[in-house]
Design a protein around this ligand. Structure first.
Ligand code: ADP
Length: 494
């Protein structure tokens, strides 16, 4: 029997241990889908203070790394994904890493440099102590994007890496001093210094250059990012990779590949969802949605009207300001709208203000509230997703499973997962009039019950499971492994 391909996946969120957005979902659900098709996956994530009490007793070992001026201890904790045999490792950090604000510019780069260095040292620990030798390292987003560089420059492991970009706008930019802390020598950093202002490192950019392959989370986003970042520092890194693909025998292999995310129907399924008021499925959705809506509106003191929701991070990307402008031009008394989210304080304030102006129709919940999110998916008629850009987006897929129709910007993964007029409404992104028109169209559909029913059934039937995408990742890993075995391994200073 051929041994299963071994993949170590790493990122900074992992549902249900800690999650603030879609990456947490993906880190939890993709490994399960990969295991189902015969890949041996384990996951390694940072050990945050927030989960300390949950995993304290699961410490299985430690090792030391040379970080900054001294030797630092890294504690290893282990836990299984709920109801599976998939192992998640948690690596402790010094200074203790707090799991907040990890997306902003210049934030936390030292802590994630520590984590990335720890992962590079954890790989030999794994093979020595538990006889598990990963063949591909799968990094996700900037927080783990130093790993390909560290593996090349600081270890003698010639391990291939895949970097998946879940959001190109979060790049982990900060002082180049982080390289001194990592003890990466000057002669090894030529690319870094040429790419950005001499005082700055762009961690995602380093990942883009040094990873064996780069992917992103939808085919449309993969196309959109080529050429649309001309004025951003990340442009240099993307074009270097593109140029390499033209120059090298690797050809298309160096291009950024788009693989659409899926969702986990063990988590997102109204038939088994314990958070919602009434469980339902495709056979009794009419009654199920009606009852869920009734109870949702009751707890929020709203009248029975067409009900829209917004769920997500309150960030510029999500286009909440566009929605607020659209609301100001509309007859808000015709419908309900519920906002659930947290993030940038000015956006939070603007959403609280609009709810104050229309207290009988608009409610705002400023919180990260898993249970309320489930209740909104089940009890709303429509979900509004006015994103300026959306690499993939999971909320539209979840909403569709719950029979809630998405009204979404025509961009990235939203475009790849919603069929306009069939199972949702797509509108030109960044346009206040187009968004108002789309909301009005939804209200018309709502009135014509038959049309609404057809669209809801279409939405609920759509298959967003990981099955197809997991196969694409498997192929990609195999491809990376094949190409790597032909390369001359880079062996540098340990
Ligand atoms: P992003 O990754 O850009 O934040 P996605 O649509 O890919 O957006 O994923 C968002 C995930 O986070 C979904 O699972 C959604 O239900 C969840 N989520 C976002 N905001 C909240 C919130 N305030 N409360 C509960 N869940 C939330």
């Amino acid at each position: 029997m051929i041994d299963a391909l071994k993949v170590l996946m790493t990122g900074y969120e992992l549902d249900p241990f800690f999650k603030r957005g879609g990456l947490g979902d993906v880190m939890a659900s993709l490994p399960k889908a990969l295991v189902n098709i015969g890949i041996d996956v384990r996951v390694v994530v940072p050990y945050y203070q927030i989960i300390r009490s949950e995993i304290e007793e699961e410490r299985i070992g430690q090792f030391f790394i040379h970080f900054g001026k001294g030797e630092e201890e890294v504690g290893i904790y282990k836990k299984y994904f709920p109801n599976t045999k998939i192992i998640a490792y948690f690596l402790s950090n010094k200074p203790n890493l707090s799991y907040i604000n990890t997306r902003g510019r210049n934030k936390k780069i030292d802590q994630f440099a520590f984590f990335d260095l720890a992962v590079a040292h954890f790989i030999p620990w794994l093979s020595k102590n538990v006889s598990w030798k990963p063949q591909v390292i799968h990094c996700n987003d900037w927080q783990t994007s130093l790993i390909p560089l560290i593996l090349k420059r600081k270890t003698s492991l010639s391990l291939p890496t895949l970097l998946t970009i879940h959001n190109l706008n979060y790049q982990g930019r900060g002082s180049l001093k982080v390289l001194d802390i990592l003890h990466i020598k000057d002669e090894d950093t030529k690319e870094i210094k040429r790419g950005t202002p001499v005082t700055e490192i762009n961690i995602l950019g380093e990942g883009i250059i040094h990873a064996s392959r780069v992917s992103t989370v939808s085919p449309s986003y993969a196309k959109e990012i080529v050429g649309s970042y001309n004025h951003s520092p990340i442009h240099y890194f993307l074009t270097r990779r593109e140029k390499a693909s033209l120059d090298s025998a690797q050809g298309k292999k160096d291009e950024v590949l788009g693989i659409l995310n899926g969702i986990d129907y063990e988590t997102w399924n109204p038939k088994i969802d314990n958070f919602i008021f009434h469980k339902y499925d495709q056979d009794n959705w009419e009654e199920g949605k009606k009852n869920n809506k009734e109870d949702l509106l009751k707890i929020l003191f709203l009248d029975n009207k067409p009900t829209f929701c917004f769920i997500g991070r309150m960030a510029w990307q999500k286009g909440i300001d566009i929605l607020i402008k659209a609301l100001k031009r509309m007859k808000v008394s015709d419908f309900n709208l519920i906002f659930l989210g947290s993030g940038t304080p000015v956006i939070e304030k603007s959403v609280l203000r609009i709810a104050k102006n229309f207290p009988s129709n608009i409610k705002t919940i400023v919180a990260y509230d898993e249970e309320m999110a489930h209740k909104l998916y089940a009890g709303s008629d429509f979900i509004i997703i006015p994103s300026r850009y959306e690499p993939c987006g999971l909320i539209q897929m979840v909403a569709m499973k719950y029979g809630t129709l998405p009204i979404a910007s025509k961009t990235g993964g939203l475009k790849d997962s919603i069929s306009n007029g069939e199972n949702g409404i797509l509108f030109e992104k960044n346009s206040v009039p187009k968004l108002s028109k789309a909301i009005k169209e939804a209200l018309t559909i709502y009135k014509s019950k038959e049309h609404l029913k057809t669209m809801i059934v279409n939405a609920m039937r759509k298959d967003f499971s990981w099955d197809k995408s997991a196969v694409l990742y498997k192929k990609l890993y195999e491809d990376i492994l094949k190409s790597n075995s032909k390369d001359i391994p880079v062996k540098l200073n340990p």
